[in-house]
Ligand binder design. Structure first.
Ligand SMILES: [Zn+2]
Length: 218
């Protein structure tokens, strides 16, 4: 296949890159050199949404090499399943736990999530075409369907969607526990799982607390 359709990087990105090279990189040269020589030893894996507003590295003020980050639509982890399909999320999890031996996995949900919003309408029957219109999105969002049934019915639509946003985190944690190597690490206490939800507009960060069965401010 000819790649003649490929274009150079847009100017504004070239400018941004040279800005980074002259400042951040230049000021931390020895750190980048060490990362290149020693390989990566991230402190945690973060599974977050693809949403451009979820600025994972900024929220935690992290440096290069600190987080092993996997992003997908609505920060979902599928259940453990071995077949011949391409399992990008499961592959990232397997590599993080088995090879990098990361001690923490953080699932980070967020407010006004487009994937959750679409799921809510899709599961409510208000977006029946989603399945026919998409090859991948609708089937991916099926991971969240069991959570839709757990939404408290006494809420208005906005709060129901917020509840479903938090359920993305919990269903992902539940599904992480279906991976045998994760279950083993939890039993051996070499791995901790954490469920977080981030409000983009207010900057708040909440974590799931098992005792109260609620998300509370960190
Ligand atoms: Zn999202």
């Amino acid at each position: 296949m000819s790649l003649s359709f490929l274009k150079p990087l847009p100017d504004y990105l070239v400018q941004r890159y040279y800005g980074w090279k002259a400042t951040t990189f230049e000021n931390n040269k020895s750190w980048y050199f060490k990362l290149a020589e020693d390989g990566q030893h991230p402190r945690a894996m973060i599974i977050s949404c693809c949403d451009s507003r979820v600025h994972v590295t900024s929220i935690f003020g992290s440096d290069a090499g600190e987080f092993f980050i996997h992003r997908n639509i609505a920060n979902l982890v599928p259940p453990f399943k071995v077949d011949q399909d391409y399992h990008g999320t499961s592959a990232a999890i397997e590599y993080a736990v088995k090879t990098l031996k990361i001690p923490h996995i953080i699932v980070l949900g967020h407010s006004t999530c487009g994937g959750v919003n679409a799921s809510f309408d899709y599961f409510s029957g208000n977006q029946p075409d989603l399945y026919n219109d998409s090859n991948f999105v609708a089937s991916w969002l099926e991971i969240l369907r069991p959570s839709f049934k757990k939404i408290p019915q006494n809420l208005d639509k906005k709060d129901k969607i917020k509840s479903l946003e938090k359920q993305t985190v919990l269903v992902s944690i539940e599904n992480l526990m279906t991976f045998p190597f994760i279950k083993k690490c939890i039993e051996d206490e070499t791995l901790s799982l954490h469920g977080l939800w981030h409000d983009i507009g207010s900057g708040e960060l909440m974590y799931y607390e098992n005792q109260s069965d609620k998300f509370i401010l960190v």
